[in-house]
Design a protein around this ligand. Structure first.
Ligand code: PEP
Ligand code: MG
Length: 748
């Protein structure tokens, strides 16, 4: 076989393009293409395999193998050499295919007479759509040039598949982006929503993967790269970043934009016949495929940089910006790979739901989605590849499931679920002004968690008695700089105004761990959740904490103020933090400023150590609030951010309940008011168990107040307590089943 030259490769691509431009059904086109590739590569066989579902590849066209095998021969991903190409997203090149490990002989194809095999993935943006194979009788290895030429052809096939050029009979030739897809992700925020897809970054569509004039394409590429470099330089110089490490990261990003290797590879792609945008996308696809296999976080970040730069470059080349001019559909559901908290807030309450390909439970986007009370599904794999603007989408935030372009029957079932939830909500609304008094006469105080002004409109509607946890870090997370004292004082005053005399507990800055400020020096900690976070950071660098306390005091002249410190581990830390409040108060007084009418200072109990602090701590604290999210992760040694373990242990585990019982006892002995403000306070079954054990104040998402109040009002907490005590005494590991049984026997 002759060495392939660039012009030959271009010739093949041009023939391919002409073939694709001819009229004909998808199948005819595929048949012509396999013929053309075999002819051009001088091999006896060329075959195209496409995925018919997530797991199965189907032979869709062939030149050289038995025609009867088309649409009959199927392989699972990983099966045979074709399946191996699909699984690894890498070429397989062998002179002796039958001797190759994993070779699978498929008699119906008649392929046993072919010795050499070259298969390359047909992939677009890291997603494998199929496999392109050439085979010949002669036992030979294909050269690097030949592999490269076949990869370039596969790239064009991927683009055309995406554009629907091969639509025909059967699953494997189904039109892309039209069939229903169900994606199982993770729960970011509960709730359900039906709406239309609104892509945060609409995909760039490439309609001209093949180009005639490589010189013109090179010029276009170079002009676009120049523009990209200028824009990256501008980002670096206007970022105002002083921190050395962050500067290094930006510099690495800039370096990539100037990387000769990256640009040279794209130049080679153009020389082989691709258009400038197809060349960018080919390298982007390769980087995404690598991303899937690289475990090293530093390298992954760099590949993400490359992906980001490629997107920018594609937008420059195609003129397709983020703003496509399309109008946002009614009931928009935002679909994105990831999104920052400020960007999400900008969309605000317009959105009905959010679906992210990445994200995490504790991510800032999740926190904002919670504040906006919109359902959020995270880890929805492939969603940005699958979804198109305007597609119908159902978001089930309760189960972490997304239905894209669902069948009518799925929509009907989903609407039933939404209607049932709406009916329940209106039932809860009728309880809004009633107390959460159980049948035994005990009343529980139900408060709301908040973090943004956006949360506060729901305070009146939810029936909450106040805000039991105001997470102040959100105001810091949504900015690109530390907020000013005056700005914060104004926000806090606005919160108190909106609460209209109801109690608001402001938690001081809880950063570090998963909550990293964009402008904060990032410490490279092996285990940030147990690292330099929250109060530890506040006490070591008291400047920001002082400023925040001043802002709080100035927001509440003549009004009661509640301050709570997060992540207190030992008494001395609490004492130091409380002393700081008193220092700042004294200073404010000296400055002649009016102080709040009263200031209470409380502590969050989030580490087991604090449960055994000296009595003096419990007497000094004006109140204690159990931060169950953190307390649970440390009690069970199960990372709340780690999907593999985070659901493994249950708060209704009797070890945890005994622990909670002992905290309640310590607070009772010392007369310390106690509340619980982790997510479990908002889950009805968990909430009644905590109340039964003796916690009289629960703080939760606004939307949970109704369901929790509804259940409390229907049961006797005394009876439930007896049941839980009996289970503990009997040696049960977990009381959930007994409680659910008991509830099913109640007259609810
Ligand atoms: C908690 O840990 O339970 C808590 C309420 O704080 P956060 O979730 O903000 O860490
Ligand atoms: Mg916490």
């Amino acid at each position: 076989m002759p060495e392939r030259t660039e012009s030959e490769s271009r010739k093949l691509l041009r023939r391919l393009r002409d073939t694709l431009a001819e009229a004909g059904a998808g199948q005819e086109r595929l048949d012509r293409i396999t013929h053309l590739i075999a002819d051009s590569m001088q091999t006896e066989v060329c075959s195209i395999y496409l995925f018919r579902d997530d797991e199965t590849l189907e032979l869709c066209a062939t030149e050289g193998l038995n025609r009867e095998a088309v649409h009959r021969t199927r392989l699972r991903i990983g099966e045979g050499l074709v399946g191996r190409v699909a699984r690894t997203s890498a070429p397989v090149n062998t002179a002796n295919a039958p001797a190759e490990k994993g070779f699978r002989y498929m008699p119906e194809t008649g392929e046993e007479i072919y010795s050499s095999f070259l298969g390359v993935p047909i992939q677009r943006l890291g997603e494998t759509l199929g496999v392109l194979v050439v085979q010949s009788k002669e036992a030979r290895s294909f050269s690097d040039d030949e592999i490269y030429a076949l990869e370039v052809v596969a790239m064009v096939l991927a683009e055309m598949t995406e554009l629907g050029a091969f639509v025909g009979e059967g699953e494997a030739l189904a039109a892309p982006h039209q069939h229903p897809v169900m994606i199982r992700g993770g729960v970011g925020q509960e709730g359900t929503a039906e709406g239309k897809v609104w892509l945060h970054e609409p995909r760039v569509v490439i309609t001209n993967p093949v180009a005639d004039d490589p010189h013109r394409e090179l010029e276009r590429l170079h002009a676009a790269v120049d523009e990209l470099r200028l824009s990256v330089d501008a980002i670096v110089s206007t970022s105002g970043v002083q921190d050395k490490e962050q500067k290094q990261i930006l510099e690495a990003y800039r370096m990539f934009a100037n990387s000769r290797g990256w640009i040279r590879r794209m130049e080679e792609d153009i020389a082989a016949g691709l258009s400038a945008e197809a060349a960018v996308e080919k390298e982007q696809s390769a980087a995404r495929a690598r991303l899937a296999t690289v475990p090293d976080p530093y390298l992954r970040d760099r590949l993400h940089d490359l992906d980001d730069l490629s997107n920018r470059l594609l937008r420059i080349l195609t003129g397709q910006g983020r703003d496509t001019g399309a109008a946002m559909p009614p009931n928009p559901i935002l679909v994105a790979r990831n999104i920052g908290p400020a960007e999400l807030l900008e969309y605000g309450r317009k959105l009905r739901g959010v679906v992210l390909e990445e994200g995490s439970v504790g991510s800032h986007a999740a926190v904002v989605a919670r504040a906006l009370s919109i359902p959020l599904v995270i880890h929805a794999e492939r969603i940005t590849n699958e979804a198109l603007n305007g597609d119908t989408i159902l978001v089930d935030g309760d189960q972490g499931i997304v239905h894209l372009r669902p069948e009518d029957s799925v929509i009907a079932a989903f609407r039933d679920k939404i209607a049932m939830q709406a009916a329940a909500q209106s039932r809860y609304a009728s309880l809004r002004d009633k107390p959460a008094t159980a049948k035994c006469g005990t009343t529980i105080s139900l408060l709301m968690n908040a973090g943004l002004m956006a949360d506060l409109p729901s305070l009146a509607g939810s029936g909450a008695e106040g805000v039991g946890l105001f997470r102040t870090e959100l105001q810091f997370l949504i900015r690109s700089h530390v907020p000013k004292r005056g700005e914060l004082a104004q926000i806090y005053a606005g919160v108190l105004d909106a609460a209209a005399g109801k109690r608001v507990v402001f938690r001081t800055l809880d950063i570090g761990s998963d909550k990293v400020l964009p402008y904060m020096k990032r410490l490279d900690e092996p285990n940030p959740a147990m690292g330099w976070r929250a109060l530890r950071l506040g006490l070591d660098k008291p400047g920001v904490m002082r400023m925040q306390i001043q802002a709080l005091l100035r927001a509440a002249p003549g009004r009661p103020l509640s301050i709570m410190f997060p992540f207190v581990t030992e008494f001395d830390e609490f004492r130091a933090a409380r002393d700081l409040v008193h220092d700042v108060m004294a200073r404010e007084e000296r400055l002649g400023r009016r102080l709040p009418s009263s200031v209470e200072v409380g502590a969050m109990l989030e580490t087991p150590a604090l449960a055994w602090a000296p009595d003096a701590f419990f007497r000094m604290a004006d109140f204690v609030s159990i931060g169950g999210n953190d307390l649970k992760q440390f009690f069970f040694a199960a990372d709340r951010e780690n999907e593999t373990v985070r659901r493994r242990y249950d708060v209704l585990n009797t070890s945890f309940l005994r622990f909670i019982r002992s905290i309640i006892a310590r607070c009772e002995e010392n007369g310390t008011p106690l509340s619980f403000c982790g997510e479990d306070a908002g889950r009805p079954i968990e909430a009644i168990c905590l109340a039964a054990l003796g916690i009289r104040t629960l703080s939760m998402r606004g939307a949970s107040i109704g369901p929790v109040k509804h259940l409390i009002r229907q049961i006797s907490l005394g009876d439930l307590r007896d049941l839980i005590e009996a289970e503990i005494a009997a040696g049960s590991t977990n009381v959930r089943r007994a409680v659910v049984n008991w509830l099913s026997n109640q007259d609810l």
